[in-house]
Each structure stands twice: as structure tokens, then as C-alpha cells.
Design a protein around this ligand. Structure first.
Ligand code: CDT
Length: 329
């Protein structure tokens, strides 16, 4: 057995205090509802307006919600080939003619952004995608949603459908990118409820995780959870931030969209787990916070010093199995 010398321990325990600051002003650009008939150009105008507000508040990065260019179309069942009638909700290029003005304005202002949209690839694959765009307009990261909630077939007993499993394929993993002077990760909506999301991102160095969401307040399989939606939203993101020493931006498309009431409550969370700013409305709204990415070291190099304290050799079931296997009698 090797032992770590005491002086090394002491130096490691206080090293986080010497990290130079890495300030970055970040924003959450919450959207209110998007109707099924609202043209892309109108939605892009709204996104540009949010981006300009963020810029005026000094932000260099704004996170937009999941599927931020259209209404949340998985609430409708379309018979037959899922591709046929739904293509208008997917982007086949990014930027495309409708989204180019957002990229152009972002470059003019020097503001980067994260944007969720439905992606249709040239070879016919469909994903619930989020991109990370640097301040010069370069797309530095693509993320395709890993945890697809809901169902695949029509379930008429529900007040509305949640057909993400019909209209999207699963993404194949989490990644991080060196951008905005730090290490940035992305996740999408249902991903935020799973601790594996944050941990896999943090194991790739994530210091700031950007999460867009559309969360109906009514959860058909168990409506007793309806009044807890806001609590669960904060619970999972605050825990994910703290347990991984990360900043988290959770950003909603909220309000009543095509008759479905969705959670707003977008927020920016620090590595302490504390909420630093939160939206007050269910409409288009911007919140901003000046963060210091160096503060993540206070957690990553102390209580959550992964290299020193994690025990991957006893975490085997996390990757070896999907469902729970209780002990036999
Ligand atoms: N968009 C998304 O992932 N929404 C889910 C809704 C609950 S599952 C029907 C969420 O986890 O918020």
C-alpha cells in the first residue's frame, strides 16, 4: 500500500485557494410558449431579443431551452411513418435560412449561446439536439439527448402525449468542450433528473452544464407528482451542481403552450448548490449572473476531489446493469 505524504495532502487541500479567477457573465434565456403556428422567423426574433437583453447585462453566453425553435411537437401523435407529417418541426441544417439571423446577431454582439432543436440528419436520423456556439459563431459542441422520456405508441388515456421515444433516436453519450474560458457540458431536460448525467460530464471536467427543458406540470403516470415539479426541478439540478462542483444553468420553455401548462422556473446554480438567480415569470425572460469558473475548484479539489475519494471499483452496477436487482430471499 502506498501512502500520500502529509505535506502533499496539506498542499492539495488548500491549492484551490490559489486558482486565478475566471469570470464569465452567463444568462438563461427563458422562453414562454411557442404556438404550433408560430413561424420560425418569429421565434428567432424572440431569441435575438433575449440575446440582446443578455448582452446589455454583460453576458457572453446565453443558454436557450430544449426544442427552442418550435412548439413541443411530441405532445401529438401522428399516425403512420413518424417522419411524414412532422418534418416541418426538424432542422436539416444549422444555421439554416431561418436561424442564420440569430448567429449573425450573436457574432455582432460577441455573445455565444446554447440552443436546443429537433435535428434531422442528411441520412435520415432524428435527434433532440443541443448545440454550443462560441462568441465568434463557431459551433463548438453538438449534444444529442441521451435519456428520452415518455412513450413510443399512442396512449389515448393521457391528456396529451409525450412521444419523444417515437420521434427521436437516443444520443450516444455526453461530452464536454473547452469554450468560454472553461469546460462546458450540455444535457437536455429529462437528463437532468439522472445523477449519471452530471457525474459523466464532471468526469470529463465539466465546470458549467447547460440544460434546456420542456416539463409539463401534469405527469400522467402519477399526477401526485404534479405539485412537486418545481421542487424536483431544483432538487436535481442543485444536487447535480453541488455533487460535481459545477455551475448549472437550467432553462425552460414554460407557460401554457397549446393547452399544456409547462414549468418555467429557469435558474442559475452555483457549485455550492445554491440558486444564484431565477426567473419570476412564465414568459420570455432573461436572468444573468457573473460567475467565476475558478470557484468550481473549491468543491472539485476538496470534498469532491474525485481522484482522491471516488471508488469506481465498487460502482460496477452503475454501468453493468440497467434495472435494479434486489437480493434473493
Ligand atoms: N422534455 C422532457 O424531457 N420532459 C420530461 C417530462 C417528463 S416525462 C413525460 C422531463 O423530464 O421533464
Amino acid at each position: 500500500m502506498t501512502s500520500v505524504p502529509l505535506d502533499h495532502d496539506a498542499a492539495a487541500a488548500t491549492a484551490h485557494q490559489d486558482r486565478p479567477p475566471r469570470h464569465l457573465t452567463v444568462a438563461a434565456g427563458q422562453l414562454g410558449p411557442i404556438s404550433a403556428t408560430e413561424p420560425r422567423e418569429s421565434v428567432v426574433d424572440r431569441l435575438i431579443h433575449l440575446l440582446e437583453q443578455a448582452h446589455r447585462a454583460g453576458a457572453e453566453l446565453i443558454a436557450f431551452p430544449e426544442l427552442a425553435l418550435t412548439t413541443f411537437f411530441p405532445r401529438w401523435y401522428v399516425e403512420g411513418d413518424p417522419a411524414l407529417n412532422l418534418d416541418s418541426f426538424y432542422e436539416t441544417e444549422m444555421p439554416g435560412p431561418a436561424t442564420r439571423p440569430l448567429f449573425d446577431r450573436a457574432v455582432e454582439l460577441g455573445v455565444g449561446f446554447a440552443l436546443g432543436y429537433a435535428e434531422l440528419t442528411p441520412d435520415g436520423h432524428r435527434y433532440n439536439t443541443q448545440i454550443l456556439v462560441e462568441r465568434d459563431g463557431t459551433i463548438v459542441g453538438h449534444y444529442r439527448k441521451v435519456h428520452l422520456p415518455g412513450h413510443r405508441e399512442h396512449e389515448p388515456w393521457r391528456e396529451f402525449q409525450h412521444l419523444e421515444r417515437r420521434y427521436f433516436e437516443k444520443g450516444d453519450g455526453f461530452a464536454t468542450w473547452n469554450a468560454f474560458g472553461g469546460v462546458i457540458g450540455m444535457a437536455t431536460c429529462n437528463d437532468r433528473r439522472w445523477p449519471e448525467t452530471y457525474r459523466v460530464l464532471a468526469l470529463q471536467g465539466a465546470e458549467l452544464i447547460l440544460i434546456g427543458y420542456n416539463t409539463p406540470k401534469h405527469y400522467a403516470p402519477d399526477p401526485s407528482q404534479n405539485p412537486l415539479q418545481g421542487f424536483h426541478n431544483r432538487l436535481v439540478m442543485q444536487a447535480g451542481a453541488y455533487q460535481n462542483g459545477c455551475y448549472v444553468i437550467g432553462v425552460a420553455k414554460g407557460g401554457v403552450e397549446e393547452g399544456v401548462d409547462s414549468l418555467a422556473e429557469s435558474c442559475i446554480i452555483g457549485p455550492s448548490g445554491m440558486i444564484l438567480a431565477e426567473c419570476r415569470t412564465e414568459a420570455d425572460e432573461v436572468i444573468t449572473v457573473e460567475i467565476d469558473l475558478a470557484v468550481t475548484a473549491k468543491y472539485k479539489e476538496t470534498l469532491f476531489d474525485f481522484e482522491r475519494y471516488r471508488r469506481p471499483e465498487v460502482y460496477g452496477p452503475i454501468t453493468a446493469q440497467r434495472g435494479a436487482i434486489p437480493p434473493k430471499d
